[in-house]
Design a protein around this ligand. Structure first.
Ligand SMILES: [Zn+2]
Ligand SMILES: [Zn+2]
Length: 774
């Protein structure tokens, strides 16, 4: 065993695990199944550090469960339909999806995915993620499309899906409707201008941040109790610049405190406007095109912001602004592109969810959340729901909706299950009622429509289906409102079930406290960290924070892992050198200090096991780390060194203890650092143990916990001796005469020979603690 060459060794085991199918799921095993609803990473570039962080944490649990004797079902998927993938393909191939024919773009996407997906997945393998990569799905493959379309048909037949022309959340950049879950609140500066409307021959002042919507103004609201405007109710107001006349309506939603207390209602400034217009049955005036330009003269083709600027200039010129101030307010933006969201009436498909909030809360209560506080985020999201789930998107690349509509009588025709997966544009249908031609629906599904049935998709990949609910859903917290919520929704609506029993939610990685982003340029690439250090050290780092907590990336933490890796290697080398003549038999009686040390090990196994069982892998890691450095290396190895070197009485006892404890430490660390532990196991333990890989070997057991106070006393006195030596600038092996307290002396009576060895004491006497140099 030479120096540890992480690069070579990690590659060796990665290939071997794959070749030997170490992580293969065995559907015929009698063991209890532990099923994981693995998150399918979005194919939108390369694995990022957040991925590495979250997937490592999930893998700790998977590896622990596997070694604990469970049959781990751990599929792997990629999410490769929808906007992020479209954007990637547009970038890679330098095309614009909307200016291509749909079929051509889809073909290009599928072809490109085929090229890039294996390389994309390779990063997960390099990180040591122990999924069964043979149980693989892509959210755009035939089986996933089929199941997504089938879930649509099921819900449609249950009356849970409707289509409606409705002002919906719309991204003018991506030119598609979006769901509430895709909104990102951004605090943005804005100009709050007070404008001169007129009514009853007088100025009527209204403050707004969106003067470009003046042309879309259909009413103004005042509060019914607002005495200032009581005389105007029922009259008309004249819109500045456009000179159109709109009704002045009393509505309790008008806030007397805000601005001038008069509210302009536009089609559509926000959801509030949409509801207000609906409530008062006002006729909307749509001034925006779907690409976010204005469609009214003389502002045609100006984008919202340009139009705003121009209109403000004109208002100023005509002296129609009385006051302007800079404010900062919260704006809805699209999470995929950062563009401000508009409300535009388009025809979209929705799943009814708003009437089931109570039921969703109940489902959430039945799931075990790790950590528990993430449950609250789910509840908050459900309680704050304002829209039904918009499942249709006006994009090219996605799972098509299995729907046609009669041109004439508007009858909706749904695909037969036998036709699935179907692209409706490839099949001509006639209306069953009036026999006219039916038109294929061109919209595609929201990508969550497919990924929300990930347990069903994964389960369908093997002959003997894995039961739902799965054991575990691992994921990051940012997609509680989407992936997690929608999966619960689908399982509830389709099968009246829970999708899983446990949810483990990971935090984010930050850099100097800030979220990493390519645009800010503060990005750490996991590939580079693994190349420079090792996958094991990156995983070691990922175990450095509690589940659910964010972790700031600092290279020094990676270096701590590297040091641990090196020390584990060197200490093992040392131990194994001393086991060359070990007979692999447990001696009849162990030396006292060995017995005590094994008790300490027993306590470690207990708390590490409980740590992993409770998803507290960081606690497990810290304890192994501490035990290894302080108890194993600094003390125990030093204590037994001479006994083995000098072939003293109790040599076999030390060898047995070293073998047993090193193997246990390796196993306890195997979920976190799978590569180095495998290397040491393979080289030194495999020939004496049953299993061909440490990762399918048995997790160490623990017995009743017994005290090992005398071990602590021993190391405490040893510590004091070392301190004395260093205070006197003596070498650690300097020879001494030692005396210490009689009570302690009696307690350590059986271990005095070991104490002599390790402290190089010529003699030990009872008395006041004293170290005398010879
Ligand atoms: Zn967008
Ligand atoms: Zn018809």
């Amino acid at each position: 065993m030479d120096n540890y060459d992480a690069k070579e060794i990690e590659e060796k085991w990665r290939n071997w695990w794959e070749k030997e199918r170490i992580y293969k799921f065995n559907p015929n095993s009698k063991k209890k199944i532990f099923s994981i609803d693995t998150p399918p990473p979005t194919v939108s570039g390369k694995m990022h550090i957040g991925h590495a962080y979250m997937y490592s944490q999930m893998d700790f649990i998977a590896r622990f469960r596997r070694m604990s004797g469970l049959n781990v079902f751990y599929p792997f998927g990629t999410d490769d339909n929808g906007l992020p993938t479209e954007r990637l393909i547009e970038k890679l191939k330098n095309v614009k999806s909307k200016s291509m024919k749909r079929e051509e773009f889809i073909k290009l996407c599928l072809k490109t995915l085929k090229e890039i997906t294996p390389g994309f997945i390779q990063d997960w393998k390099i990180l040591g993620i122990s999924a069964d990569y043979d149980i693989y799905y892509s959210t755009i493959d035939d089986n996933s499309r089929k199941l997504a379309q089938k879930s649509f048909i099921d819900l449609y037949k249950k009356g849970l899906i409707y289509k409606k022309l409705f002002p919906t959340l719309w991204c003018p950049e991506c030119q598609t409707s979006v769901a509430q879950a895709e909104l990102e609140d951004k605090e943005l500066p804005s100009l709050f201008s007070t404008l001169k409307f007129s009514a009853d021959g007088k100025d009527l002042l209204i403050a707004t941040t969106r003067p470009e919507l003046l042309g879309a103004c259909v009413a103004v609201f005042v509060h019914p109790k607002d005495k200032r405007y009581a005389n105007l109710i029922g009259k008309k107001a004249k819109v500045p610049l456009f000179n159109s006349e709109v009704p002045i309506i009393a509505d309790e939603s008008a806030d007397m405190e805000k601005g001038t207390g008069v509210l302009m209602i536009c089609s559509y400034g926000d959801k509030y406007d949409a509801e207000a217009i609906n409530r008062h049955r006002l006729e909307p005036r749509i001034v925006l095109n779907l690409d976010g330009t204005l469609k009214i003269k003389p502002y045609e083709e100006l984008k919202v912001k340009e139009a705003r600027k121009k209109i403000l200039e004109e208002l100023k010129e005509k002296n129609l602004i009385t006051e302007q101030k800079q404010i900062s307010h919260s704006v809805n933006t699209h999470d995929k592109c950062g563009t401000e969201i508009e409300f535009l009436p388009t025809e979209q498909w929705f799943i009814k969810i708003l009437d089931k909030k109570r039921k969703f809360i109940e489902q959430g209560n039945k799931i075990k959340w790790h950590p528990e506080f993430m449950h609250k985020r789910y509840d908050n999201w459900v309680n704050g729901l304002e829209w039904d789930w918009n499942i249709s998107r006006d994009r090219h690349f996605g799972v098509s909706m299995p729907v046609w509509q009669c041109e004439k009588c508007k009858e909706i025709i749904i695909a037969n299950e036998k036709e699935l997966p179907v692209d409706p544009s490839e099949i001509k249908k006639k209306c069953p009622k009036c026999k006219s031609e039916a038109e294929a629906e061109e919209k595609v599904f929201d990508t969550w429509m497919t990924s929300s049935i990930s347990p069903q998709i994964a389960s369908s990949l093997i002959d003997k289906k894995v039961k739902i609910p799965f054991s575990l859903r691992p994921q990051a917290h940012d997609i509680i409102r989407t992936w997690l919520f929608y999966t619960i929704t689908k399982s509830l609506l389709q099968e009246d079930k829970l999708p899983w029993e446990n949810a483990m939610i990971s935090g984010f990685v930050t850099l100097s406290g800030e979220k990493m982003s390519k645009s800010k340029g503060n990005v750490i690439l996991p590939q580079e960290v693994m190349e420079k250090y090792s996958a094991d050290t990156l995983r070691f780092w990922a175990a450095g924070s509690k589940l659910g907590e964010d972790l700031d990336y600092q290279e020094k933490d990676i270096i701590t892992g590297k040091k641990f890796e090196t020390k584990l290697w060197n200490a093992s080398k040392f131990v194994l050198m001393n086991l060359k003549d070990y007979n692999h038999k447990k001696p009849k009686a162990l030396m006292k200090i060995d017995e005590l040390f094994l008790r300490k090990l027993n306590s470690l196994v207990k708390s590490v096991t409980e740590g992993f069982e409770n998803y507290e892998y960081s606690k497990a890691k810290i304890e192994v780390e501490k035990f290894f450095w302080q108890i194993f290396c600094d003390n125990y190895l030093e204590i037994v060194k001479k006994r083995i070197y000098n072939n003293k009485k109790g040599k076999e006892s030390a060898q047995y203890t070293l073998y047993t404890s090193l193997l246990a430490i390796l196993k306890l660390m195997a979920p976190i650092m799978p590569f180095i532990t495998e290397e040491i196991y393979q080289e030194n333990f495999k020939k004496f143990e049953d299993e061909k890989s440490i990762h399918i070997s048995e997790w160490p057991e623990y017995e009743k916990i017994e005290k090992a106070d005398e071990f602590d006393l021993f190391t405490e006195i040893l510590g004091k001796i070392r301190q004395e030596k260093s205070n006197n600038k003596k070498a650690m092996n300097a020879e001494i005469m030692l005396s210490f307290d009689e009570k302690d002396y009696n307690k350590l009576k059986e271990m005095l020979e070991d104490l002599k060895d390790v402290s190089n004491a010529k003699e030990i006497k009872r008395g006041k603690f004293n170290v005398e140099f010879c």
